[in-house]
Design a protein around this ligand. Sequence first.
Ligand code: BTN
Length: 229
Amino acid sequence: MREPTIHVEECESTQLLIDGDAPEWTVAVAEYQSAGRGRLGRRWEAPPGTAIHCSVALRPPAERPPQELTLAGALAAADAIELATDLFVQVKWPNDVMLNRRKVSGVLGELRDGTVVLGIGINVNQTRDQLPPDARQPAGSLRTITGREHDRAAILSDLLARLEHHYDAWRESGLDALYPDIGARDFLRGRRVSVDGLDGTAVGIDRSGRLELDVGGERRFVESGEVSY
Ligand code: BTN
């Protein structure tokens, strides 16, 4: 069973607790982050003791594109949240985890000297007024959606177990191994979306981790970007 290697009350960001030469599966967890990082330079914030903030050092084989790991992280978070809530959880390409159409978790991958520092945040016990009001997309926590508090330690333990499962499968066979799970949890499929100026209907996530769009009958593939729907 994977357990946190580093557990602190407070830090700027758990992403900064992991060096490029940390042993693989070093897991850093914090009760509070004073400068939590989101994607695209955004902040990721939660009051002390309410959420899960965790960063994991992974050293994937050279032939595997490290950016695919955000999908493995999102799947692991989705599995752990589903186990905790008994509700269907979806993954919104490329790194968001959605419950009842609200973002409850996000994944951030940073590459440091060949080590992927995979950061996963899960909104667990925040109340409605503790969630960011200016979130680009509606945020939720497990508590605001289920109406009860959840055991963060149990969710963290499931998260790490599921991450290990998906990571091992991905190391062995690449994204093909995750493809059925990703397809089953795809939040955007069939929705009208806009990605960096491109408007179309999301067809799905392809076997290279790209978002496939139907733009006026033409297939387009997006490597990365910010989706609104
Ligand atoms: C996003 O959706 O924009 C990604 C959010 C990632 C947040 C997690 S919390 C643990 C780790 N430490 C950070 O500073 N960020 C990630």
